[in-house]
Write a protein of this length. Structure first.
Length: 147
């Protein structure tokens, strides 16, 4: 099974993926982690796509996607979890990553990207800060088992 955890930066995708990792006995890839599969980016991307396609019926893989261009790597039958957060939360978390300072250009970039995943197809929507992640994991497991 492939589980795509999709959304903007700093919405809680990686935190959720870490919780699901144990529950699903899954390997987690984030962004361009697939580059570790080969030295050439095009070859690495093809190998990763093949790995994801094969995992639909076998091994469990969680792919954390924060760039829209990577959505195309998810197989059609992947289970998709959309993780969102309000803009203030995203800015606060991003500032923490930058040692407490959020430069104006970064804030503008976050504002411009905010909501860019909202209309993407998904099986479950998690709003960061409003959902108990353990309950989300149980819900995802239940929904996947029902497929």
């Amino acid at each position: 099974m492939v589980i795509g955890v999709i959304g903007e930066s700093c919405t809680g995708k990686s935190t959720l993926a870490d919780k699901m990792k144990c529950l699903f006995n899954a390997e987690v890839y984030t962004g361009k982690d697939y580059l570790r599969l080969a030295k050439n980016e095009a070859i690495a991307k093809k190998l990763f796509q093949k790995k994801l396609d094969e995992a639909v019926a076998g091994q469990n893989i969680i792919y954390v996607v924060s760039e829209k261009e990577h959505l195309s790597l998810l197989p059609e039958k992947a289970f998709r979890v959309l993780v969102t957060a309000d803009l203030d939360t995203i800015k606060e978390r991003f500032a923490q990553r930058m040692r407490g300072n959020l430069p104006a250009p970064v804030a503008v970039m976050l504002e411009r990207k905010h909501g860019c995943f909202d209309n993407e197809a998904h099986d479950i929507h998690v709003v960061s800060g409003q959902a108990d992640l353990d309950e989300v994991c149980v819900s995802v497991k239940s929904m996947i088992n029902a497929l």
